[in-house]
Design a protein around this ligand. Structure first.
Ligand SMILES: *Cc1c(COP(=O)(O)O)cnc(C)c1O
Length: 211
């Protein structure tokens, strides 16, 4: 439920001496119908939403107006051309994707705002770049005119106990500071309070909003 999530965000920010205005809730609406989104999110006046699949997002975006859209899923290079309506792409994870964004940005006269997605699991997955390679990707994007990197995004390895995410979040915040970036997208339904305590500026919450 939206009010309960907002209250938990407020409590976590108070507890950790943070200003609630420095934390943005991105409501993850993947897999939800327009009606569900209206009831669970829009009816509370919230307008910052995220999707993870381009096709599903485009359908929803054509029906819902006045939304600040974020993209949080793995982005394929051939879909980049559809992404100019996204306010923030959370999943820049390779030089190749940066190149694809630069090419389309040049064609469409658009500057893509992005976060570098960092792999926090220590496993070889496609979910993000290895932490030690983030600086090189950031340096590379600084040579590009149509891609800006504003921060980092990460997901803690899945664990039902949110305390198990804390060390991952601390590492991601440290990396964010070292790189001189200001936006830190971390924390989902299972662990957003810990993420806020550890410095998240964006929390991406889906299921808790739709309970
Ligand atoms: C689905 C998703 C979320 C939201 O997850 P919940 O556990 O439903 O809150 C956050 N980030 C990403 C990248 C997602 O795909």
């Amino acid at each position: 439920m939206f009010p309960e999530v907002m209250e938990r965000i407020a409590n976590a920010s108070k507890r950790s001496g943070r200003n609630i205005e420095d934390i943005t809730l991105v409501a993850v609406t993947k897999g939800r119908s327009l009606q569900e989104i209206e009831t669970a999110v829009l009816s509370h006046g919230h307008r910052i939403l995220a999707e993870n699949r381009i096709q599903e997002w485009r359908k929803k975006a054509s029906s819902l107006k006045g939304i600040e859209w974020h993209l949080v899923g793995n982005l394929q290079r051939n879909k980049v051309k559809y992404c100019t309506e996204a306010n923030l792409i959370h999943s820049l994870n390779s030089h190749k994707l940066a190149d694809a964004l630069e090419l389309q940005g040049l064609k469409l006269n658009h500057r893509f705002r992005t976060l570098i997605e960092v792999n926090m699991t220590g496993e070889a997955t496609k979910l993000g770049i290895e932490p030690e390679n983030a600086a090189a990707l950031l340096d590379y994007t600084r040579t590009l005119k149509h891609v800006s990197v504003e921060g980092l995004m990460g997901m803690a390895p899945f664990n039902p106990n949110p305390e198990m995410s804390r060390a991952s979040f601390q590492r991601l915040r440290k990396l964010c500071n070292e790189l001189g970036l200001s936006v830190l997208s971390m924390g989902m339904s299972g662990d957003f309070e810990v993420a806020i305590e550890e410095g998240a500026t964006i929390v991406r919450i889906g299921s808790s909003l739709f309970l």
